[in-house]
Design a protein around this ligand. Structure first.
Ligand code: HEM
Ligand code: HEM
Length: 220
């Protein structure tokens, strides 16, 4: 960017966000309509996106790093009592909600790997677990989804509140990378790094799923 104005959200961060939105919406729909072939692929995509985003929190562009937006209880409390956020990126409360969203997405998708619809479809790690673990994962998959719906609802409400009530251009920044008054303090790192990280995680997940035990032989 010209002068010393930089992107607040680099392309990988924005792509990851909007792909997550699409995958979760489609996973909801495909789960409800019992299209589990599509459902599992959306779930794998969520896992790869989330672990890549977590990696980006350590090696990504300045404002995408956790160190930029995760603060201790003292500063969180001060923010809640009216102190201004120090970063142009996520505010102290928003920062911790990002962590909650990412962890819940991971829990949702990982629990799905052990899940079954009790008819035809079995997640790839179904046979890697005993009955108790499968049952627990089934419950987790159900409960985590309600929590996810609640947290995403809260997230959208918070974004709209800041956007329209406090007149901060959050949506413009999440679409275009930055907006007036919401610019980055230094240049983003190369997007190729994100592509590499994503490919490595996709390969790691594929490798893990290759190791999954196959169904036991039928007993007559
Ligand atoms: C399944 C639904 C959604 C999930 C899981 C989700 C998740 C997230 C996550 C993890 C972040 C942090 C981004 C990062 O640092 O990588 C974020 C930020 C953001 N999301 Fe969403 N989101 C969802 C839906 C939406 C929708 C529908 C909108 C638009 C109304 C939206 C607008 C935003 C904006 C503007 C930010 C940046 C907030 C800021 O500037 O601090 N999100 N979201
Ligand atoms: C973030 C990703 C995911 C989301 C948001 C999600 C969401 C859902 C939803 C909404 C349902 C419907 C629950 C119902 O029947 O009322 C469902 C069911 C199911 N999901 Fe997922 N899921 C995800 C990932 C996965 C993955 C990766 C797998 C396996 C590879 C999986 C396997 C299943 C199975 C087997 C069911 C049927 C459960 C049953 O009939 O009790 N899910 N999921």
């Amino acid at each position: 960017m010209a002068g010393d104005k930089h992107l607040l959200w680099d392309l990988p961060t924005r792509l990851c966000h909007w792909l997550l939105v699409a995958c979760v919406a489609l996973a909801w729909w495909s789960g409800e309509t019992e299209n589990y072939d599509l459902h599992q692929w959306l779930g794998y995509s969520v896992i790869v996106l989330v672990v890549s985003r977590i990696s980006w929190g350590f090696i990504g562009s300045p404002h995408s790093r956790f160190a930029d937006f995760l603060v201790g209880p003292g500063r969180l409390l001060a923010y809640l009592q009216g102190e201004r956020a120090r970063s142009a990126g996520h505010n102290p409360l928003g920062g911790w909600s990002v962590i909650a969203l990412l962890l819940l997405l991971l829990l949702q998708a990982i629990s799905g790997l052990f899940n079954s619809d009790d008819v035809f479809f079995k997640g790839p790690l179904f046979y890697a677990a005993d009955v108790t673990v499968r049952d627990v994962m089934g419950q987790v998959h159900e409960v985590a989804f309600y929590l996810l719906l609640a947290l995403v609802g809260l997230h959208i409400f918070a974004v709209l509140y800041h956007q329209f009530w406090r007149r901060e251009p959050l949506l413009q920044a999440m679409v275009r990378g930055s907006a007036s008054g919401r610019e980055g303090r230094s240049a983003p790192v190369s997007g190729w790094r994100a592509l590499l990280v994503t490919l490595v995680w996709a390969l790691a997940l594929w490798g893990l799923l290759q190791l999954a035990p196959s169904p036991p032989p039928m007993m007559w």
